[in-house]
Design a protein around this ligand. Structure first.
Ligand code: B12
Ligand code: SF4
Length: 474
């Protein structure tokens, strides 16, 4: 069958254009089973969906969606139906709320597949080709005799080494952003691939949405990861590689083993970064030294809060401020750039707790600080707490974006306006009000080459909303 796997373009702030790796995995699984597959990532496409569908003579359109993109996914499905395609939706949001998209409100959605879908999508395509009954497709939600039928779930793939590497070769790689978050724009020469060495995370942070993996963690073998890394570095000429695991360093020995293997295989000449936060309580000085030798350029850490009580009892991050400070110190000592992720506005936050977070950010002084707003995704503990004691203001799924101030909520003794004020203040105090930092920035060549995107970001944080040009994405 001819299958187009697609990711919709989002109206919300989304400057970091990274490859949709999940679609790469699905494409590889379909390809291995003899199907013709294309990937259409609307965030980077120049051609319309219609042109691509006509050229590729596609029959099935598979669309992926995280919660804030579901409305865009429905829109894309409508376009798919207009073009005569069968539509199937999957991904995190569909795993959380499969019934919503297969309801009468969404006739444009023919099928939904819940969960990890490397195997179930192949089963589904076989069913569409008449080679097995739809009833046997795991995780499938579909319409049968006017009712929604829900097949038993697929479960998680026990051995990740058993699935093929993502079809990296199908991505239009030069259209993706380099791996410098927040401040950088598109680098025309970057060939920035991402890789996932493990899936899931056993921690239970109260704000974290993990519909696909729950609290499980499955590593790939080092040999399997190295095989993919070699393909990226040697054959696909990656200029940068980003680790997108939720927690790649859960097992310290394995993390060190991977670094040693990269060094031994001579794969340490392509710079790599951890795109998301490493967990500070699974680190030691040797790990960072090995990462540096293995080609790592920058590490990110989920710091989240400077208030021990919020960290421990509200977020349940299972890490201490001392561990945070140590990790930054060790990483810097090893010669790595650092990036910190901070969250503003968890339930129970007040002026004092958020001030502590700003001060911690200033004290740690990472090369990049990423300040996010706590966003209550359905299925998280945070969401449950707010449902019980407060109210979410968000009206649409698009409002659920961590860099937008639209998914605010009320709670007793909680001031959502203060949260937004402190969040913006954090950006100003970190990036604008420190002469040394401003000088460091403007004296770099990259500052000037990336000026357009820097200004776009600056506009979001430093220009009041009422003064912005309407209609521009935030
Ligand atoms: C890397 C990453 C990013 C990158 C790249 C995103 C991209 N282009 O894919 C960046 C930094 C840009 C990013 C941005 C955002 N992200 Co993000 N991201 C991730 C991360 C860490 C890994 C994604 C990944 O590659 N997973 C591995 C693959 C194998 O899994 P998968 O994508 O889920 O795909 C599998 C299944 O979902 C399913 N599936 C997926 N698509 C489809 C389609 C069909 C048709 C079918 C049948 C099945 C199916 O099968 C796949 C294979 O098993 C996840 C966390 C995680 N561990 O998954 C968060 C995560 C997906 N992100 C999340 C969020 C919220 C966002 C943002 C909305 C944040 C924001 N700005 O507000 C944006 C949205 C941008 C966008 N356009 O998607 C949430 C989603 C929560 C939710 N309820 O939807 C997650 C789960 C993180 C979290 N714990 O909160 N993200
Ligand atoms: S925020 Fe990070 S450490 Fe916490 S549960 Fe999510 S992935 Fe794990």
């Amino acid at each position: 069958m001819r299958v187009l796997l697609a990711s919709p373009e989002s109206a919300l702030w989304n400057e970091r254009k990274h490859i949709p790796l999940g679609l790469g995995y699905l494409a590889a699984a379909l390809r291995e089973n003899g199907h013709q597959v294309g990937i259409y990532d609307a965030a980077v496409e120049e051609d319309s969906l219609e042109d691509v569908v006509r050229r590729g003579r596609y029959e099935l359109l598979g669309i992926s969606a995280v919660t804030p993109l579901i409305v865009d996914a429905w829109q894309m499905a409508k376009e798919g139906k207009r073009l005569g395609l069968i539509t199937v939706l999957g991904g995190p949001h569909l795993t959380l709320l499969p019934g919503e998209s297969i309801s009468d409100a969404h006739p444009e959605v023919d099928y939904v597949i819940q969960g990890e879908a490397e195997e179930s999508l192949v089963e589904f395509v076989a069913a569409l080709e008449g080679r097995r009954p739809l009833e046997t497709v795991h995780g499938l939600y579909w319409r049968r005799n006017g009712e929604t039928a829900a097949n038993p779930p697929a479960g998680l793939i026990p051995n990740l080494d058993s699935i093929p590497y993502p079809a990296h070769d199908l991505f239009k790689i030069t259209r993706y952003a380099n791996l410098q978050p927040l401040t950088d724009g598109l680098d025309p020469k970057a060939r920035a691939y991402t890789i996932m060495t493990s899936r899931g995370c056993p921690y239970k942070c109260t704000y974290c949405s993990k519909p696909i993996t729950g609290d499980t963690w499955r590593p790939r073998s080092i040999a399997n990861v190295i095989g993919e890394w070699r393909w990226l570095a040697r054959d696909l000429k990656a200029t940068e590689i980003g680790l997108t695991d939720d927690i790649w360093n859960l097992k310290l020995d394995r993390a060190k083993g991977l670094c040693r293997a990269l060094i031994a295989e001579g794969l340490n000449n392509v710079p790599w970064v951890t795109v998301h936060g490493m967990k500070v309580n699974h680190t030691d000085p040797e790990l960072f030294q090995l990462m540096k030798q293995a080609g790592c350029k920058r590490v990110g850490f989920g710091v989240e809060s400077g208030d021990p009580n919020i960290l421990r009892h509200v977020i349940k991050k299972a890490q201490t401020l001392e561990q945070v400070r140590n990790a930054f110190h060790w990483a810097r000592d090893a010669g790595l750039q650092t990036m910190g992720f901070f969250i503003f506005g968890m339930p129970e936050e007040n002026e004092e707790t958020m001030e502590k977070t700003i001060r911690l950010a200033l004290e740690l002084d990472p090369d990049l600080a990423n300040f996010m707003l706590a966003t209550p995704y359905p299925g998280t503990e945070m969401y449950e707490v707010i449902q019980k004691y407060g109210n979410v203001f968000a009206r649409e799924w698009q409002d659920y974006a961590i860099h937008s101030d639209r998914a605010r909520f009320t709670m007793p003794n909680y001031d959502p306006d203060l949260v937004v004020r402190k969040w913006k203040e954090a950006y100003r105090r970190f990036y604008l009000y420190r002469p040394r930092r401003v000088w460091e920035k403007v004296s770099k060549r990259s500052f000037w080459t990336e000026l357009p995107s820097t200004l776009m970001n600056a506009r979001r944080f430093f220009v009041p909303e009422r003064m912005r040009v309407p209609g521009k994405a935030v």
